[in-house]
Design a protein around this ligand. Sequence first.
Ligand SMILES: Nc1ncnc2c1ncn2[C@@H]1O[C@H](COP(=O)(O)OP(=O)(O)OP(=O)(O)O)[C@@H](O)[C@H]1O
Length: 250
Amino acid sequence: MIEITDIYKTFGENEVLKGISATFHPGKNNLIIGGSGSGKTTLLKCIVGLHEPTKGKVIFDSENFTDMDFEQRVPIRKQIGMLFQNSALFDSMTVEENIMFPLNLFTDMSAKEKLDRANFCLERVNLKEKNKLYPSELSGGMKKRVGIARAISMEPKYLFVDEPNSGLDPQTSIVIDELINEITREYKITTVMVTHDMNSVMGIGDHIIFLHQGKKWWEGTNKEIAHTDNQELNDFVFASKFTQAAKEKL
Ligand SMILES: Nc1ncnc2c1ncn2[C@@H]1O[C@H](COP(=O)(O)OP(=O)(O)OP(=O)(O)O)[C@@H](O)[C@H]1O
């Protein structure tokens, strides 16, 4: 479980986050949504420690991450898997080497153990036997799957995902969402995902927080979002005539 309390983040004069609190539970897809520039990525970075909040606390399973120094944070960082927008694979490394990268860095596993783990993860994301390919030889969807395989290689307790569907076609996006959803449930991971994608929101949004004007404007599930009377959320989710018409049929 991750608890964030009263998170503020200011860049110069720009107060981006204004007192955000939320609890993210294990085995759930926790989604952060909101308009462009509303602070979603900033919040995600504050939670993982890529930004320090100006004020507020981040607690990982009763451990106060905010008050820890770099060294103290290492054991928690080892339990964090990350999948960022461009998959962030190393182009000069094969698929297998990319997946083993965190294992080389953070574990003392033997070469065979690392290879077995990489193969297990590749199988889990349906990329068996793609070990020796380079990122340039993969489609966008395959790269995301390698990114997921790498993110789960350390058996993370927490998974942070930023816009996993950017640049993917709708069908591939659904495959990626389903994979994240299955892994979250199977390994009881606390997953926190930033997304713009309404298919993701409706498909896998167990718990959603909507950011607006730097605040948590609304919180609920994908079932509740369809019937919201929150004006700003409604305008955001059902922005097009097409989605508005679909809502009326719900
Ligand atoms: N490192 C930084 N330095 C200064 N300002 C920043 C920094 N990172 C983000 N910001 C500002 O914080 C605000 C929120 O940015 P953020 O990337 O968190 O929004 P977002 O909701 O994720 O947007 P998008 O959906 O467009 O990716 C923006 O005004 C942005 O310019």
